[in-house]
Design a protein around this ligand. Structure first.
Ligand SMILES: Nc1ncnc2c1ncn2[C@@H]1O[C@H](COP(=O)(O)OP(=O)(O)OP(=O)(O)O)[C@@H](O)[C@H]1O
Ligand SMILES: [Mg+2]
Length: 259
C-alpha cells in the first residue's frame, strides 16, 4: 500500500544566470496521514523549494509526488500553504481575510463557514479583533490570522515555511502551543520548516534533517516525547536533550560544510 503522501526521488535544478543550481537531489520521504513532520537544514539547502514543489508551484526536475497513491501535478486543493510572509490583504478586516479562501472557492461567506471562522478566531485568541485591519494587528496576530486562513477550507495537508521566523521568542512559544492544539483537534498532516531545532523537536513526530545543497535527506529522527507536550518546559526533559544533541551534531556538520 502506498503512503498518504509519498515523495519519491525528487530533484530540482534551476538554470540561474547561465549556471545550473542543483537545489534538491534524490529526496524521498513517505508521510502518514495526520503526521507532524518538521524539516531542518542549512540555509539554501532547498527547503522552500521542496514546499513550492509540494504546493504545485514549481514542477520537479526529477522524481514524483503521490497523494494517496495518485500522481500529483500542479496545484492540489488538498494542500494548504502558510508562507513566512502573511500576505493578508490590507484592505480587508481580519475576519474577511480569513474568509477569503472560501470566497475564492465559490463558497458563500455565511452559515457553516462563518461559524468555523468564528471558532478558529476564538481558538487562537483573536476574539475582539475580527474587524481590525492587518495594520492594526501585531506580527504574531497577523501570523495567527494567516494560519487559520489556511485551516478554514480544511486542506488535508498544511505546508508551513518558517511561519514563526520573524516573531519574538515569547510569541513563538505561544504560537507553537496553539498550533499543537489546532493539530490535536484537526489532525491535519503538517510539513513544517524551521531554523530552530528546539521548535523542530517540540512540534514533530519526526524531524527530517537535510544536507547542504544539493539538499537531500541526511537523517529522519522520530521524536518519542509524549504528547501533549509542554513547549515552555520541553528543554528540561532528558529525552529532549538527547535528541537535541544528536540533531545539533548532524546539523553543525552540514552548516560548516556550506559555510
Ligand atoms: N526560482 C529560483 N530560481 C533560481 N534559483 C532558485 C530559485 N528558487 C530557489 N533557488 C535556488 O535554490 C537553492 C535552494 O533555495 P531555497 O529557497 O529552497 O533554500 P532554503 O533551504 O529554503 O533556504 P533558507 O533556509 O535560507 O530559506 C538556492 O541556491 C536558491 O538560490
Ligand atoms: Mg527558505
Amino acid at each position: 500500500m502506498s503512503a498518504f503522501l509519498s515523495i519519491r526521488g525528487l530533484g530540482k535544478r534551476f538554470l540561474s544566470r547561465g549556471t545550473v543550481v542543483r537545489a534538491i537531489e534524490n529526496f524521498s520521504l513517505d508521510i502518514e496521514e495526520g503526521e507532524f513532520v518538521t524539516i531542518v537544514g542549512p540555509s539554501g539547502c532547498g527547503k522552500s523549494t521542496l514546499l513550492n514543489i509540494l504546493a504545485g508551484l514549481y514542477p520537479p526536475s526529477a522524481g514524483e509526488i503521490l497523494f494517496e497513491g495518485r500522481h500529483v501535478r500542479g496545484l492540489n486543493p488538498e494542500i494548504g500553504y502558510v508562507t513566512q510572509q502573511d500576505n493578508l490583504l490590507p484592505w480587508r478586516t481580519l475576519r474577511k481575510n480569513v474568509l477569503l479562501p472560501i470566497e475564492f472557492r465559490g463558497g458563500s461567506a455565511s452559515g457553516g463557514a462563518e461559524e468555523r471562522v468564528g471558532a478558529l478566531i476564538r481558538k487562537v485568541g483573536l476574539s475582539g479583533f475580527d474587524n481590525h485591519y492587518p495594520h492594526e494587528l501585531s506580527g504574531g496576530m497577523r501570523q495567527r490570522a494567516n494560519i487559520i486562513r489556511t485551516l478554514v477550507y480544511n486542506p488535508r495537508v498544511i505546508l508551513m515555511d518558517e511561519p514563526f521566523g520573524p516573531l519574538d521568542a515569547q510569541t513563538r512559544l505561544t504560537l507553537q502551543n496553539q498550533l499543537l492544539d489546532l493539530w490535536n483537534d484537526e489532525r491535519k498532516t503538517i510539513i513544517f520548516i524551521t531554523h530552530d531545532l528546539t521548535e523542530a523537536i517540540s512540534l514533530a513526530d519526526r524531524v527530517v534533517l537535510m544536507t547542504g545543497r544539493p539538499g537531500t535527506i541526511k537523517s529522519v529522527t522520530p521524536i518519542r516525547i509524549p504528547r501533549p507536550r509542554d513547549v515552555y518546559h520541553i528543554h528540561r526533559s532528558e529525552a529532549y536533550r538527547e535528541v537535541y544533541d544528536k540533531l545539533w551534531e548532524e546539523l553543525r556538520v552540514e552548516v560548516a560544510r556550506v559555510m
